[in-house]
Design a protein around this ligand. Structure first.
Ligand SMILES: Cc1ncc(COP(=O)(O)O)c(C=O)c1O
Length: 408
């Protein structure tokens, strides 16, 4: 039996269509990357859009997760993270980057690095603060800044030229973005979508601006173990003068091929950690307890595991790039992470969105339109990103389908 509301109503109140909505959600769109995955499923396309592996996660860590569930580690962990996992994170930062971290006061384990990033921004930003973001950027950062009340300020990474061969920023443009209202700069190295790995000189330049303008660096280092061509990952927090003004974000998703586990973390000085922990507690209470235990096992894997991980991704990069070039794309060679950004000028489409729609429907391959990584969509109108965190058979099938583009 339907129940009819019969209480008082304010007769002359007309509910406007957006009456119940926050103005904040007006300032960003739904994730284009996640939408492309849905499109891939709809059109039975090979999904080279979203960055998740289609091959199995390491057997040892799956076993550790099963054992944790069987041992009944099934209730809330400590809100800021299971002790075993925090200890393992501190140990890894010491071993790989020489950075000393107190697991009791400096680490907050979250539901993925996605939550670590938004919790951090909510914890540090006030309305009117500015957050500098280098673009193209991982698409969450813009909405994250808006949700935290801050204003994102974008600075370009320019595509490689024949002279420099690497994506890089202009020092003057970056300096011009820093001033007294700047609260933080968001960095991502190794970078999604460009594959750039920031050099020590570039990080030092950013460090100098952070110190001069009293700005926090929030660095997303989720691809730290996925490096090619002899590049080296350098953590901003390890640079002189940065330990007290850096939040390092990382997680299990990419290093251990478990994007669905939703375990990530933020490492920060104690006072900032306190603030992040408060936000995190009220947002999610905690990350999945048994998967945190499995995470501690994952972080204990030997160095050979990481060497194989990087070698496996290098082989996948070197498998996909020739297929893309043959099909007519100009590829920007990634030095880290697992994406190839491409230039699509040769195909003569109106823009990247029209092109990716054609690609998913007519060619059967899903990719991400470049515009979703820029504030002004026109800046990415000639770019498209492909993910290569896939089995050889998946990459080969994509390559086969992309060959059809040669007949355009
Ligand atoms: C740069 C970057 N940061 C964060 C994430 C999301 O990480 P998580 O699964 O830990 O939330 C991604 C996923 O693609 C990413 O590319």
């Amino acid at each position: 039996m339907p129940v009819c509301y019969s209480g008082p109503i304010m007769a002359d109140v007309v509910i406007q269509p957006k009456h119940f909505l926050s103005d904040k959600v007006e300032h960003f769109t739904e994730s284009v990357i996640r939408e492309m995955t849905r499109q891939a499923m709809l059109h039975e396309a090979v999904n080279l859009a979203q960055g998740f592996p289609d091959f199995p996660a390491p057997a040892e860590i799956k076993r550790a997760a099963q054992e944790a569930v069987a041992a009944d580690l099934n209730q809330y962990a400590i809100t800021w993270g299971a002790k075993n996992l925090r200890n393992a994170i501190a140990r890894q930062m010491q071993e790989w980057q020489g950075i000393a971290v107190d697991p009791e006061t400096q680490i907050t384990v979250c539901c993925g690095s996605t939550e670590a990033m938004i919790s951090t921004l909510l914890a540090v930003c006030n309305k009117g603060d500015e957050v500098v973001i280098l673009e193209p950027f991982y698409e969450n950062y813009g909405p994250d800044a808006v949700l935290s009340g801050a204003k994102p300020v974008f600075v370009k990474l320019r595509p490689p030229t024949a002279a420099d061969g690497e994506w890089t920023f202009d020092e003057g443009e970056l300096r011009a973005a820093f001033h007294h209202q700047t609260k933080a700069v968001i960095l991502n190295t190794p970078n999604n979508p460009t594959g750039k790995v920031f050099t020590r000189a570039e990080l030092e330049l950013i460090r100098d601006l952070c110190v001069e303008f009293n700005v926090l660096a929030i660095t997303d280092e989720i691809y730290e173990h996925i490096l090619y061509d002899g590049t080296q990952h350098i953590s901003m927090a390890g640079l002189d003068g940065m330990s007290e003004r850096t939040v390092t974000i990382n997680g299990l998703s990419k290093s251990y091929s478990v994007t669905g586990w939703r375990v990530g973390w933020a490492v920060a000085p104690p006072m900032i950690t306190n603030a992040i922990r408060k936000v995190h507690d009220f947002l999610t209470v905690g990350a999945p307890a048994p998967l945190q235990e499995a995470g501690a096992a994952a972080l204990g894997l030997p160095r050979a595991y990481y060497e194989n991980l990087a070698a496996g991704y290098k082989a996948r990069r070197d498998r996909l790039m020739p297929a893309l070039s043959e099909a007519g794309f100009s590829c920007f060679r990634p030095r880290g992470a697992y994406y190839v950004m491409t230039d699509i000028s040769a195909f003569g489409f109106a823009d990247d969105v029209a092109f990716t729609k054609y690609l998913v429907k007519e060619i059967g391959v899903a990719a991400v339109p470049g515009s979703s990584f820029y504030n002004d969509p026109r800046d990415g109108a000639k770019q498209v990103r492909f993910a290569f965190c896939k089995r050889d058979a998946t990459l080969d099938e994509a390559g086969k389908r992309l060959k059809k583009l040669q007949n355009l």
